[in-house]
Write a protein that binds this ligand. Structure first.
Ligand SMILES: N[C@@H](CCC(=O)N[C@@H](CS)C(=O)NCC(=O)O)C(=O)O
Length: 233
């Protein structure tokens, strides 16, 4: 049985109203919403806490006690493996954990499981970091740099990744085919962010990636995605 009280130091800064529920510490960024979307898709009861970058919450001792890497998202599941509490950071690891816990959005075994993990890693190691760097050089402080070579390097790499994704989506409803998986939940918040918040659609020539556009639209149309994109408020 899960403990009724949350004893982790993070509870001093973000008190749990429902300590028996899974606790999410996050912000509605592309990495953060991967987990809120997954939780909404699975229908698991959870409580979301906002980690405010404006006041450097991610650097507070309470948050660092949960994630020494000072990044959102992170979770505490009071009902983890064997009924013991589980603390986890890294959005990819959290998605795999939630898929295993609920038996949803990733095959339990066989080739499809490893192929889903392959595309999840493709997002975690490629799309996330490269689009993130492009955001820095196009939208944030890096846009003032006169030398455009760093920006152009990340534009080229983002285009290459979009081309790979576009090819995979040819003739498929989702990355894995008919099945919507954690690979989609990891990937499409980043694509949405690239052309939305970062305003880099024209820069990467997004119009040429018709399959990515089609699947992005299908992703954003899902009610659970709509809800997850706004959590934490
Ligand atoms: N690989 C990590 C990356 C997480 C990440 O970069 N989170 C950003 C927001 S999208 C963050 O917390 N930044 C705060 C900081 O760097 O201080 C994951 O996927 O969980």
């Amino acid at each position: 049985m899960p403990t009724a009280r949350l004893t982790h130091p993070i509870a001093a800064k973000w008190p749990a109203q429902h300590p028996e529920r899974l606790q999410l510490y996050s912000l509605a960024t592309p990495n953060g919403v991967k987990v809120s979307i997954m939780l909404e898709e699975c229908g698991l009861p959870y409580e979301a806490h906002k980690v405010d970058f404006g006041s450097n919450d991610q650097l507070s001792p309470a948050f660092l006690a949960l994630n020494p890497n000072n990044k959102i998202p992170a979770i505490i599941d009071p009902d983890g493996p064997g009924g013991a509490p589980l603390r986890l950071f890294e959005s990819g690891a959290i998605l795999v954990y939630l898929a295993d816990k609920t038996g949803r959005f990733m095959a339990r075994d066989g080739a499809a499981r490893y192929e889903t993990l392959q595309w999840l890693m493709f997002q975690m190691s490629g799309i996330g970091p490269m689009f993130g760097q492009l955001g820095f050089f196009h939208k944030f402080a890096g846009r003032d740099y006169e030398d455009k070579r760093p920006r152009d390097r990340y534009v080229a790499e983002s285009q290459r990744l979009l081309r790979v994704l576009d090819q995979q989506l040819e003739g498929r409803a989702w990355i894995m085919g008919e099945d919507y998986t954690i690979a989609d939940i990891a990937t499409f918040p980043w694509v949405r962010n690239l052309i939305g918040f970062y305003g880099a659609g024209e820069l990467v020539g997004f119009a040429q990636f018709g399959n990515v556009r089609r699947v992005l639209d299908a992703f954003v149309a899902r009610p659970a995605v709509q809800r997850g994109l706004k959590i934490p408020a």
